[in-house]
Design a protein around this ligand. Structure first.
Ligand SMILES: Cc1cc2nc3c(=O)[nH]c(=O)nc-3n(C[C@H](O)[C@H](O)[C@H](O)COP(=O)(O)OP(=O)(O)OC[C@H]3O[C@@H](n4cnc5c(N)ncnc54)[C@H](O)[C@@H]3O)c2cc1C
Length: 403
């Protein structure tokens, strides 16, 4: 049986390796090489899995995920990578990488595994049209070479510079599958923070939190002020959910390990000990100087006054603002710098083996779908485990007919 795989990314190439012993496999890749995006993942280190791996790390179509994950082995992706020769190491935050800490060693292991199998890879070949005729798939009008099975693994809209520019959604929608709203994920947040220009480049170790559906979500770590909003690990980790759930504002705490009351006491003590120092000095050494200046500006405090002129209510306002700095979320960062796409082809149109409910032997996997993982190795994991599920299903289904 002939299998066409559209997309030579991590899900498509994993499928090709797993299916090649049983089927006649062709991969179509629009770039001049496969696995281009994988090279830049995890800051060039490829964070492919995580020590913590639960249902809660995956989002999007919750009903589909409940069903799929109930019967999925969330470690199968990592085990597959080990099986093609990747040795893993885990960092202090539980993130798993190749021991070399080089994404190119993962790509090299894949290339070796591909070369050991009989897989036809057609580079520089964008699939632009798929027609279904007599239960066969006709790719790019090539009626002479129909396929029995077609698997769509063309990724999403993120990092269009690597070939994933969203144009491939039409392959599924032209075949009557729905697409959900898409927004950038694992990205920066655009905001109208007052005096942002003055904060640009300031990096703090803080907490970002927001409320959704009666639950408080909070993330701690670095937060970086950019020219048009906030970025940094904490923002990357929280942005997919913020943008998915249309959260309009988040709260930053610039000193998460000190309570508002303790901060007020600290400021009062400064007033007592240094009554003649200027207001501009009040936050010196407590938070970043540029941030301190902006806090005082937002509160409209006269920085040339003496500290002993500040009132209890001034201290309250300063402490409150440092601990509860409201940031309006206008949008996510650009597609060019968003690591994943939130939303995609509606997985409600697929069964639990990722097969179309409308067209037999048409499958869709990976980031193409309306499912995304947390930052920390979960998106590569989803690409892998969705590919593995399709492979297991096809091998089971055609066990009697494969050569
Ligand atoms: C900068 C960056 C860092 C990341 N870091 C991590 C990380 O550390 N950990 C993690 O878990 N996730 C990370 N991700 C996300 C992860 O890379 C993706 O979720 C994952 O690669 C998705 O795999 P995929 O196979 O579904 O799609 P992709 O890997 O995007 O592959 C899709 C392939 O299909 C090809 N294609 C598209 N359309 C067509 C067409 N019409 N015809 C032929 N070929 C086509 C594309 O060129 C591409 O090669 C990162 C993403 C980026 C951009």
């Amino acid at each position: 049986m002939k299998v066409a795989i559209v997309g030579g990314g991590v899900s498509g190439i994993t499928l090709s390796i797993l299916l090649a012993d049983f089927f006649d496999v062709t991969v179509f890749e629009k770039n001049n090489r496969i696995l281009k995006k994988l090279l830049v993942t995890g800051n060039g280190r490829c964070n492919f899995s995580n020590e913590i791996m639960t249902r809660e790390n995956f989002h999007g179509n919750e009903k589909f995920l409940d069903e799929f994950i109930k019967s999925a082995d969330l470690r199968a992706g990592e085990n597959f990578l080990n099986s093609i020769g990747i040795v893993s190491t885990t960092d202090e935050r539980g993130r798993k990488y190749p021991m070399s800490l080089q994404a190119n060693s993962v790509v090299d292991a894949y290339l070796s595994a591909v070369s050991e199998k009989n897989i036809s890879i057609r580079l520089d070949t964008a699939v632009e049209d798929i027609a279904v005729k007599n239960n066969k798939f006709i790719i790019n009008h090539d009626y002479a070479s129909p396929f029995d099975i077609c698997i769509l693994a063309p990724g999403s809209m993120s990092y269009p510079q690597f070939g994933t520019d969203g144009t491939s959604y039409k392959l599924a929608t032209n075949l009557n599958h729905r697409k959900t709203r898409i927004v950038p994920g694992i990205t920066s947040l655009i905001s109208d923070i007052p005096f942002l220009k003055e904060l640009k480049g300031v990096k703090i170790d803080g907490e970002l939190s927001f409320n959704f559906d009666g639950k408080i979500y909070s993330y701690t770590g670095d937060i970086l002020f950019t020219e048009n909003g906030i970025s940094g690990n904490t923002v990357f980790e929280s942005s997919s959910i913020i943008l998915d759930k249309k959260i309009n504002s988040v709260v930053l705490d610039f000193i998460p390990n000190i309570s508002e009351d303790d901060l007020m006491d600290m400021l009062n003590e400064r007033k007592t000990n240094f009554p003649k120092r200027k207001v501009s000095w009040i936050l010196n050494g407590i938070i970043h100087k540029k941030l301190a200046n902006v806090i005082l500006k937002i509160l409209n405090l006269d920085i040339n006054k003496d500290l002993n002129e500040l009132t209890e209510s001034d201290f309250k306002n300063i402490s409150r603002l440092i601990k509860n700095f409201n940031v309006n979320v206008l949008s996510g960062g650009s597609w060019k710098q968003s690591q994943v796409t939130v939303g995609g082809i509606d997985s409600s149109d697929l069964d639990i083996n990722f097969q179309s409910k409308f067209i037999k032997n048409l499958f869709m996997v990976g980031e193409y779908l309306d499912i995304y993982g947390d930052c920390g190795g979960y998106n590569i994991t989803f690409a892998l485990i969705s590919a593995i599920r399709v492979c297991e299903f096809l091998r089971r289904k055609y066990a009697g007919t494969i050569s």
